[in-house]
Write a protein that binds this ligand. Sequence first.
Ligand SMILES: Cc1cc2nc3c(=O)[nH]c(=O)nc-3n(C[C@H](O)[C@H](O)[C@H](O)COP(=O)(O)OP(=O)(O)OC[C@H]3O[C@@H](n4cnc5c(N)ncnc54)[C@H](O)[C@@H]3O)c2cc1C
Length: 522
Amino acid sequence: MSQLWAERHIAEHESAVPLRTMDITTTRATETTHFDVLIVGAGISGIGAAYHLRTRLPHKSFAILEAREAIGGTWDLFRYPGIRSDSDLHTFGYAFKPWTSDNAIAGADEILDYLRETVQENDLAGHIRFGHKLLGADWSSLDARWTVRVQAAGSDKPTELTCGVLFSAAGYYDYAGGFTPHFEGRDDFGGTIVHPQDWPEDLDYAGKRVVVIGSGATAVTLVPALAAKAAHVTMLQRSPSYVMSLPAKDPIANGLRRLLPEQAAYAITRRINITRQRLVYDLSKRYPRVVRRLIRALTKRQLPAGYPVDTHFKPRYNPWDERLCAVPNGDLFKAIRDGDASVVTDRIARFTERGILLESGAELEADIIVTATGLNLLAFGGMDLSVDGEPAPFNETVAYKSMMLSGIPNFAFAVGYTNSSWTLKVDLVCAHLCRMLAHMDANGHDAMVAVADEGSGELRPLMDFKAGYVQRAMDRLPKQGSQGPWTLEMSYAADRARLLAGPVEDSALRFSVARGDQRIAA
Ligand SMILES: Cc1cc2nc3c(=O)[nH]c(=O)nc-3n(C[C@H](O)[C@H](O)[C@H](O)COP(=O)(O)OP(=O)(O)OC[C@H]3O[C@@H](n4cnc5c(N)ncnc54)[C@H](O)[C@@H]3O)c2cc1C
């Protein structure tokens, strides 16, 4: 290890943020301006990354920059009735912290409690700078460090921090607002229009006629939740999605918890669920027709006799070409059976004063229209990066081990699975990043960069996923290669082999030392 490097890092560690438990919704961490690692985002991924750093590399100084005033990201932002996970929390939760609630599918409140406990138990609160939005960062190869521009809430101009490594755990969508397509006649509607990402706290829907536009995870969550109080809820969809009923409580998980110590029960449940998720995914890809038929049979059983299952619940795509929607204990189907909710599959001609005119000529009357029409994808929290003064647009990069970007040194990111719990992958990425940093320490390196050459093979879109929000943003995203460390794996087993068991070093990853006048060979 180089003497200079060691001296600098020991000095930084000593000046780093003191660890103490604080009110985690209002903390402003201290005035330290250089960190070994800066994490962007205090959602489930950023908190997980901080845990890994604290436990695996306790000598590293780090901070989490969080644009909002609270932890939790997704689980704090969305406030619509019924907001819940569609993954089981035994795989969505952290490997290191057992999920101990009886509910396998959990509401945002329970997930936020779990995250708050994680922060408190691991003394992470003092590392979080709330109200700090990262705008962009410039890498200097001379100094082997990032200078990041941060907009603090209440301040009129950005300030600067520096760090050795920048880790984006900023999620995948724009916090500024959700996606709403143009609807002809929108201003003519006499009632209230809301987007789930911006749910008014005081919206009174009791006894009202509600139309929810959409057929994704948000729509199928909202419909039964609203139906409990509304006069009637109509889910208006252009085309159907796969909707699967899942038990809200997992009898195996809860049984194991009674028999075994918490950590052991959790580990076994996690393994069972990971295997089950993978099995369903693999069967869907290999035998799509069989799985289609199976889902149809299960759906039909939960709907009233004579219900037009194929009109409303037979998608045009194969299972797992897009994410499957889960409904706990079949709550959506129950609301339909009880007559509190219905599904209409049609296209919108225009909004009218009283509701929505459909292309079929029918009109849906409504007091409230909910546009559950999706998210706006935003890669890496909207930050701009430059390397040695040159802009580094993300769409000109290739993802390396789906956690770094070609040509961008000391930058890593958390992007999870779309066919399984997001966090399963993020956990492996954080572990691998710590291994990379330990490797750099052991060898006296200051910088690492992935270099994409012919070894990356044929380039293709990063995400092979047909969801609308992915398709709309494809041209702004990095690419993936077709071989070696340049592929984006969507399999936990493959990622474990690559990120936990696989070597840190490979021919595409170049390490170097900052020597003032010597630039990284990239
Ligand atoms: C309603 C809903 C339900 C979902 N349910 C599931 C599920 O059941 N299972 C599943 O696997 N996935 C689910 N997802 C996907 C889900 O978002 C992720 O699984 C997970 O919560 C993402 O966590 P994250 O920490 O990576 O990102 P986020 O939760 O999005 O958190 C990102 C954080 O980064 C902050 N941030 C962003 N940009 C900046 C910036 N420039 N500077 C500073 N801070 C910044 C944000 O303020 C936020 O706090 C769901 C998504 C939604 C919208």
